[in-house]
Write a protein that binds this ligand. Sequence first.
Ligand code: DAK
Length: 282
Amino acid sequence: MNRFMPKRTIHKRIGAEKEKNMEYILYEAKDAVGIITINREKALNALNSQVLDELNETLDQVDLDTIRCLILTGAGQKSFVAGADIGEMSTLTKAEGEAFGKKGNDVFRKLETFPIPVIAAVNGFALGGGCEISMSCDIRICSDNAVFGQPEVGLGITPGFGGTQRLARLVGAGMAKQMIYTARNIKADEALRIGLVNAVYPQEELMAQAEKMAGTIAKNAPIAVRNCKKAINEGLDADMDEAIVIEEKLFGDCFETEDQKYGMAFFLDKNKEKVKEPFQNK
Ligand code: DAK
């Protein structure tokens, strides 16, 4: 079996034992899709240290043998994540501030480089660290009441969880600078127009649409999907000559895998008899 090959096992509810100990993160596996919900609704799902620790632990527990796409969302209908926890941050010393920043950056980077795609289903406010965590995901879709913004300069700080970097890469430097310098929030329609989100849905449809997209991704060859994520992410940080070599290697890596044999055999099998369901967990 190829080193990239997920075991074709029936999925199970993952991390079930540890889940009990989590106060602010809910995790549910639905077939090959894992749904992570930041569950701190009273504080509009603001990110404190405990939320970041639990999110980190949850990601470590995702069963990559069976889960092929993750969805990240917030509890309730008002907020995805209203930023880093301002109450907790207000009393931090310089050293504690650095430690908090590192904790956030580590978990955001873990999401960004997670082997399988992550869809942010932004169900309301995505401010400061909330906008930043959505940008660490591969794809953002949002509800029609979503609000995005980087309000940090109004609080006397710069964005600290990658906002200056990821926003500029996603929407261009000019638009990112305008959003960050003015600290102006934007609504869902504007976020769609500038390319910060891929689609806007009525709130009640958001999760169904996220699950539909995740399900579509999960049906495709898992090794190829993972390699595409790696190629896009690593290629964006390289110049074109290096980027093409990165793609070449990841393309080559797909060959001799069961997925590649299966996918191509399925195409070539005119009657679709010998190979019925490519890429599905057995
Ligand atoms: N932190 C803590 N609590 C928050 C919060 C937050 N970011 N946002 C909301 N809450 C709490 C409110 O305090 C309130 O709590 P109670 O009073 O009920 O106990 C509850 O959630 C409901 O909020 P509101 O009563 O304010 O609800 P409204 O509908 O009136 O307003 C709002 C919703 C989202 C417009 C408003 O809550 C708001 O403006 N929230 C703050 C948004 C914000 O500024 N977010 C950015 C935070 S700065 C770093 C790395 C990263 C960062 C920092 C450092 N390092 C590298 C060190 C990141 C910074 C940020 O994210």
